[in-house]
Design a protein around this ligand. Structure first.
Ligand SMILES: Cc1ncc(C[n+]2csc(CCOP(=O)(O)OP(=O)(O)O)c2C)c(N)n1
Ligand code: SF4
Ligand SMILES: [Mg+2]
Length: 303
């Protein structure tokens, strides 16, 4: 048995032959998240690519109890299912697996409410930074300069900083993750599994169709998002932030790969203007500045 199979185990909760595009990282994320959570998991999916990937009974690709729910309601539906399981005396993890459209935009009030009530669920946002399932429209996550069908000349203006919005809810656990670093993703999910209350994991999930890169480049794109500093890997308990994985050393900007190494892999940035590229770099630098302040706050609170 190879070392990788040994590490991640042979159990599969997302079956082969599903409807994901070749190279889809959303399904890769879901596969590894379910491997980390194990069989006693109840999956809640709002309208999205994930509902298509997971499929319709009797051809469903998921091998755990699965609930397809309306677009805005993943966090509320997952909360309700958790309470119903409690009444029935059943243990297990309730996992909401929702896209960025569902999380940043239409379902944000439900996510915020569930976080504030400290509902005992794991909420994962797989962020492909667009409404991919309906033909790649801009979402609150779409980065500056990126093409979508509703931003044909590149997105203008800053996206929402949802990971920090969720950290600011001071939930028991939140983390960002990337399919380029599956060990880090699995560790965070396992950590979340053992904590009670609201847990939020935000996975950047490159989309071959929306980001326009060849399917064999998925992991490269995911890794470069982290190595250029575009996507910061961190985790927070009750709002106290610490960097994880390669992002630990990348707080020194000289250690980061040039942003172009990430942009040039994807056709969605083909038409990015010099002004948009400058604005994107400024946005990235600002994210790191916030991280810097937050980490000082963390260190100052250590005994
Ligand atoms: C209330 C409502 N509005 C619009 C839709 C149509 N719709 C279905 S999936 C989807 C896109 C979802 O985007 P996201 O949450 O980012 O997931 P992705 O498709 O990118 O995986 C939309 C707009 C819907 N199902 N319900
Ligand atoms: S459109 Fe993107 S997120 Fe949706 S199945 Fe295809 S690759 Fe995956
Ligand atoms: Mg999306």
């Amino acid at each position: 048995m190879s070392k990788i199979v040994q590490k991640f185990g042979t159990d599969e909760w997302i079956l082969p032959g599903n409807a994901a595009c070749p190279g889809c990282s959303a399904v890769l994320a879901l596969r590894h998240i379910l491997k980390a959570l194990g069989k006693d998991t109840y999956l809640v999916i709002p309208a999205s690519c994930a509902s298509v990937i997971q499929g319709v009974y009797p051809r469903t690709a998921s091998n755990v109890p699965s609930f397809n729910v309306p677009f805005a309601s993943a966090a509320s539906a997952a909360s309700g299912i958790r309470h119903a399981l409690n009444v029935l005396g059943k243990k297990g993890t309730v996992l909401a697996f929702a896209g960025d459209g569902a999380t940043y935009d239409i379902g944000l009030s439900a996510v915020s409410g569930a976080a504030e009530r400290n509902e005992d669920i794991v909420y994962v946002c797989y962020d492909n930074s667009a409404y991919s399932n309906t033909g790649v429209q801009k979402s609150g996550a779409t980065p500056i300069g990126a093409w979508t069908t509703t931003t044909p000349t590149g997105r203008e203006g800053w996206p929402k900083d949802l990971p920090l919005i969720m950290a600011a809810h001071q939930v028991p656990y939140m983390a960002t993750a990337s399919v380029g670093y599956l060990n880090d993703l699995q560790r965070k999910i396992k950590e979340a599994k053992d904590i009670e209350g609201f847990r939020y994991i935000h996975v950047l999930a490159p989309c071959t169709t929306g980001w326009r890169f060849p399917p064999e480049k998925t992991i490269r794109v995911a890794k470069m998002s982290v190595l250029t500093g575009f996507w910061i890997l961190f985790e927070a308990e009750r709002g106290m932030i610490r960097l994880t994985g390669p992002s630990k050393r990348l707080k020194d900007p000289s250690k980061r790969e040039p942003l172009d190494e990430f942009l040039k892999l994807q056709e969605r940035f083909k038409g990015i203007t010099p002004e948009q590229k400058k604005a994107l770099q400024e946005w990235i630098d600002f994210q790191w500045t916030i991280m810097h302040w937050k980490m000082i706050e963390y260190l100052e609170k250590q005994p």
